[in-house]
Design a protein around this ligand. Structure first.
Ligand code: NAD
Length: 282
């Protein structure tokens, strides 16, 4: 460990269970010497085991639904009270689509569900930032990170309305990044992570195949949740003070690939011998 976050205080959204990306971030943040407060919705607190994480990291959990401004005001106020000062870092690791959950396809969306997808997965990020700014809750040179996915830029089968939510999330990081950067030198970035085996991840249609495909396409292989946490630590640290308003790909190179040998093999192996020869010739 490098003591990269020694003396820093933070707020971490989205640890549901030990598979969650936020859970891994909390563990690494703790190892790097920071103190922090955890939060999740009351329902997720019951369904998962965030209390275990809190105990392990000697901290508290303050319940909040990130779509409710009042909950966020209470969370931010109590969180600062508990830590004895402003936050130096904030993690938004929140995503959920009722359309995905209920099996509604992108050409048959329920629009009430779509509103919820956008509210939970993207607008909540704006709400958190706006509440923090109004309560002056983030220190100068603080760092805010939200988790995104490459479906914001490229269409991926089955990702559904979450693609729209991620595009909006990344846009909020840029728009608020300008305001908060100009005023307080606070940086705001999104990390676009490889498909990762978590509760939210495994809700996506054909997730196992998506993981396999991304693994074959990425020269460095898929990034796992622990590696994602390592990367986020650097973004919370003072080593990245001039990085802001960026969508940072943490995906083993996937986002810049077109076709790889290992992905191509799936198709060639499935073909008749004469077709393979034809592929080789072309
Ligand atoms: N797993 C992947 O393949 C993958 C890939 C790229 C990006 N991401 C993103 O990473 C983030 C974390 O997801 P994860 O994969 O760790 O899954 P996860 O299911 O462990 O985490 C999602 C979290 O969102 C929380 N949440 C849902 N509604 C909420 C609300 N109204 N208020 C507050 N919290 C709420 C859940 O309680 C849960 O803790 C999400 O933004 C997700 O889209 C995941």
């Amino acid at each position: 460990m490098y003591n990269l976050l020694k003396g820093k205080r933070g707020l971490i959204f989205g640890a549901l269970n030990d598979k969650s990306i936020a859970w891994k971030v909390a563990e690494r943040v703790c190892e790097e010497g920071a103190t922090f407060v955890l939060t999740n919705t009351p329902v997720s607190m019951r369904l998962g085991n965030i209390d275990e994480l809190a105990e392990k990291c000697h901290t508290i959990v303050i319940p909040a639904d990130a779509t409710k401004v009042q909950d966020l005001e209470n969370l931010v106020t109590k969180g600062m009270e508990h830590l004895g000062g402003k936050f130096d870092f904030v993690l938004h690791s929140i995503g959920m689509s009722p359309n995905v959950r209920k099996g509604r396809t992108y050409d048959d969306l329920d629009y009430n569900y779509l509103q919820q997808t956008l509210d939970i997965s993207a607008i909540s990020f704006h709400k958190i930032l706006q509440v923090c700014r109004k309560l002056d809750a983030i220190s100068d040179w603080g760092s805010v990170v939200a988790l995104s996915y490459v479906a914001a830029q490229r269409t991926l089968y089955g990702y559904n309305d979450m693609a729209d939510a991620k595009a909006m999330l990344e846009s909020i990081a840029r728009s608020f990044g300008y305001i908060y950067g100009r005023e307080k030198r606070i940086r705001i970035n999104t990390v676009s992570q490889s498909p990762t085996l978590t509760t939210a991840g495994s809700g996506i249609l054909g997730f196992d195949n998506l993981v396999d495909f991304a693994e074959r396409m990425s020269p460095l292989g898929n990034a796992n949740a622990e590696e994602c946490a390592d990367y986020i630590i650097t973004l919370f640290s003072d080593l990245t003070r001039k990085v802001t308003m960026q969508n940072l790909f943490h995906d083993g190179g996937y986002s810049n690939m077109g076709m790889s040998f290992r992905a191509m093999k799936i198709y060639t192996e499935g073909l008749e011998y004469r077709d393979v020869k034809a592929v080789k010739r072309s």
